[in-house]
Design a protein around this ligand. Structure first.
Ligand SMILES: NC(=O)c1ccc[n+]([C@@H]2O[C@H](COP(=O)([O-])OP(=O)(O)OC[C@H]3O[C@@H](n4cnc5c(N)ncnc54)[C@H](OP(=O)(O)O)[C@@H]3O)[C@@H](O)[C@H]2O)c1
Length: 257
């Protein structure tokens, strides 16, 4: 196996569905012991994986996850901050109340800040580790009608990730971002359904609106496994000289380099 993670403990937040589930499976296949978190337990936990229930939009969630990892494994080598979602309504600035901004920032930004803060002392103590943040191309190319507060929170995540990589490079810990474009996950399918409902369209018409708006040269959504493959590379030893980077996995959607 090229990317062996034998003997490593990996945390994947939001690891029960969509991109997070694909990442958890990929890291487990590579030999890692994988801890997955979500608010709701999955029907079954895959072999090589351990589930912790926690709401990471709440400050207590991160400490609960970190305490259980410390008790069960005594260490963590890889942290994938994946839990996230566009929680706010579309329509631009005037539709966004303080509570919308707050909930988008809690889940898409503060959850990662808190998880890292709780787990980093142990990683720094052993002088190695990899942190991976799942962002979005919408952080670099916000769509005002659809993603204003979500894009802002993820853009903050990008800046934080870069700053953390600079701080932790000398301590042997790498920090990177993966920014997907449009991925076929429960979250994305729900988002398309919401557009269909609010605009009185069929699901196929709503999907076309999203695809036209984003203009993906490869002409299709990504599958979650295509994001997970890049994550596996970045957290593995094959990427040992890569830190502070942002890998776009978007089928060419972002029109700049
Ligand atoms: N899908 C896309 O097209 C796309 C594109 C760009 C970026 N992304 C990013 O990729 C990441 C994953 O998205 P996805 O599409 O795979 O989402 P998804 O299918 O909705 O899965 C989200 C996962 O996060 C968990 N989660 C949600 N809210 C949580 C909370 N408050 N506390 C703890 N866990 C929570 C969910 O489980 P529970 O609901 O049980 O908590 C689930 O396991 C997100 O950061 C998203 O912003 C997605």
């Amino acid at each position: 196996m090229i990317h062996s993670l034998n003997g490593q403990v990996a945390l994947v937040t939001g690891g029960t569905k969509g991109i997070g589930k694909a990442i958890a499976n990929k890291l487990a296949e590579a030999g890692a012991q994988v801890v997955v978190t979500a608010r709701t337990a999955p029907k079954e936990t895959a072999s090589g994986q351990y589930f912790i229930a926690a709401d990471l939009a709440q400050p207590a969630g991160a400490e609960l996850v970190a305490a259980e990892i410390r008790e069960k494994y005594g260490k963590v080598d890889i942290v994938v901050n994946n839990a996230g979602a566009n929680l706010s309504p579309g329509g631009g600035f005037s539709t966004l109340a303080d509570e919308h901004w707050h909930q988008d920032w809690q889940l898409n930004f503060m959850a990662a800040v808190r998880i890292n803060k709780a787990l980093l002392p142990a990683m720094i103590g052993k002088g190695s580790g990899a942190i991976l943040h799942i962002s979005t191309v919408a952080a670099l190319q916000p769509i005002w009608e659809m993603t204003m507060s979500y894009s802002s929170a993820k853009a903050a995540l990008n800046a934080y990730s870069k700053a953390l990589a600079s701080e932790l490079g000398p301590k042997g810990i790498r920090v990177n971002l993966v920014s997907p474009g449009v991925v076929r996950t429960p979250l994305m399918l729900e988002f398309i359904e919401q557009i269909a409902k609010s605009s009185n369209m069929t699901s196929a018409e709503a999907l076309k609106v999203v695809m036209d708006k984003i203009n993906i040269p490869m002409g299709r959504m990504a599958e979650p496994e295509e994001i997970a493959a890049t994550v596996l590379f970045l957290v593995s030893q094959e990427a040992r000289y890569i830190t502070g980077a942002n890998y776009l996995v978007d089928g060419g959607a972002l029109p700049t380099v």
